[in-house]
Design a protein around this ligand. Structure first.
Ligand SMILES: [Mg+2]
Ligand SMILES: [Zn+2]
Length: 245
């Protein structure tokens, strides 16, 4: 089997931090296999959240599974048109996407290795890091299901689960433990800025938003597989334990 450059190659040692965002259910409301720009709807507080992250200097990069291509529901050109429409809508709000990466492959058959770019695998994040000079260990992956979290952790990123009811299986293996849970993208953005400000010894933009997340959990030990719990609960936010199903 051919080795994929993005799986084994060296990664930038001193790149910039970025925020990687899942698309469906995270940046825009989930319309399964949608490539119709008319059906794009941003999620709750997505626009101010991205404006804030961009103001603070984070490149914003979409990381999306698009198996509709492998399934024959639409082609790459249709996805490209959707990506351009999404970018155009964001530009109207002053937001520039630094990248849009999509895996076109189908989920692997049982026993098959599958591609290296479909989340929960980290191939797209690694590729984006190489192409944009991103330091993955200082970056964040934000998504609405645990496969997003796992892809982020496998890439070495910190992670935020947008906990809006889209995850249904709750397989909470260590690699699938989000560092934070958020109810909307603005909450995710404030967590990210708060945690990064504390990590670099700067004054937080959100000094009253949270207890010290670095003291509260293993955030500094990114990639250790340590679960992060208690942060939001201690802040009076939503419970952080997995809901009973
Ligand atoms: Mg999603
Ligand atoms: Zn793929």
């Amino acid at each position: 089997m051919a080795l994929n450059l993005f799986d084994v190659g060296p990664l930038p040692a001193a790149g910039r931090p970025a925020v990687f965002l899942d698309k469906d259910g995270t940046l825009v409301e989930d319309v399964p296999y949608n490539v119709d720009p008319a059906l794009l709807r941003f999620t709750d507080r997505a626009i101010p959240a991205l404006q804030l992250l961009q103001e603070q200097g984070y490149p914003l990069i979409i990381i999306s599974n698009q198996s509709g291509i492998a399934r024959g529901y639409f082609d790459q050109a249709a996805l490209d048109r959707l990506a351009e429409a999404l970018s155009a809508q964001l530009r109207q709000a002053g937001i520039t996407l630094a990248g849009f990466y999509a895996c076109p492959h189908a989920p692997p058959e049982p026993g098959e290795p599958g591609c290296s770019c479909r989340k929960p695998r980290p191939g797209l994040l690694r590729r984006a890091a190489l192409e944009h000079g991103i330091d993955l260990t200082r970056s964040w992956m934000v998504g609405d299901i645990l496969n997003d979290v796992e892809a982020g952790r496998r890439a070495g990123c910190k992670t935020v689960l947008l906990d809006v009811g889209n995850e249904t299986e709750w397989d909470m293996a260590p690699l699938r433990q989000p560092h934070f849970r958020a109810r909307h993208l603005m909450e995710a953005a404030s967590f990210i800025l708060d945690a990064d400000a504390r990590a670099t010894g700067q004054r937080s933009l959100f000094p009253d938003a949270l207890p010290d997340p670095l003291a509260a959990d293993g955030l500094l030990q990114v990639g250790s597989g340590l679960p992060a719990t208690g942060v939001l609960a201690a802040a009076g936010g939503m419970p952080v334990s997995a809901p009973a199903l």
